[in-house]
Design a protein around this ligand. Structure first.
Ligand code: HEC
Length: 170
């Protein structure tokens, strides 16, 4: 009993101490200028879906839930955000090389049609982020259209070239 008690006290002390180590919040440091929509128009209904289902982990600004203030939950969320942004950041999308942009549209198609995104753990606390088949179809159709736009404006090998000219499509 004594051992259990001391273990409980140690865990409690660690938890209290952990509260002082807060990850930096994900908010834009500078005004956003390279957002995806500066190059690729996002229809309002798709933007609304992205806002509730994707932007928390894939932009420079996250809507933090109250429990993000509790460690280690905050650390765990922070890792998802960092990891998510490294793979795809809508806030920086326009500054990606063309080839990367093109590839990311492909990745969006794959993730959204196969149901890989939003991350299942996100859905526990974000019921409104559960995508309907119609929402998925819309996003996929839109991403395909964006790829077609790119192909119409750039020769395919420029979507592979290293330093593309910065001129936007349309
Ligand atoms: C809870 C955070 C979270 C949410 C919400 C989320 N993602 Fe992700 N996403 C991640 C993480 C973390 C990764 C990288 C690890 C992985 O692939 O599982 C990722 C990876 C991706 C990738 C793969 C990029 C690559 O390089 O292969 C795409 C595409 C993507 N997400 C799109 C979306 C879309 C579209 C939505 C909304 C419908 C969304 N994500 C919602 C966290 C999230």
């Amino acid at each position: 009993v004594k051992v259990v008690k001391s273990a409980a006290i140690i865990i409690l002390v660690l938890l209290v101490a952990a509260q002082f180590y807060r990850p930096a919040k994900n908010f834009p440091q500078t005004p956003m200028t390279a957002g995806m929509d500066s190059l690729y128009p996002i229809p309002p209904e798709i933007e609304a879906t992205f806002r509730v289902a994707c932007y928390d982990c894939h932009t420079d600004s996250t809507r933090y839930p109250w429990y993000s203030e509790i460690q280690p939950v905050g650390w765990w969320l922070n890792n998802h955000i960092r990891d998510g942004k490294r793979h795809l950041n809508f806030s920086e999308f326009a500054s990606y090389r063309l080839r990367r942009q093109y590839g990311k549209f492909d990745d969006i198609i794959t993730e959204v049609s196969e149901g890989g995104m939003p991350l299942p753990s996100y859905l526990i606390a974000h019921n409104d982020a559960r995508l309907t088949q119609e929402q998925r179809d819309r996003i996929v159709a839109w991403a395909k259209a964006m790829k077609d736009t790119m192909k119409a404006h750039y020769p395919l090998d420029s979507l592979v070239r290293k330093n593309p000219p910065p001129s936007p499509p349309r």
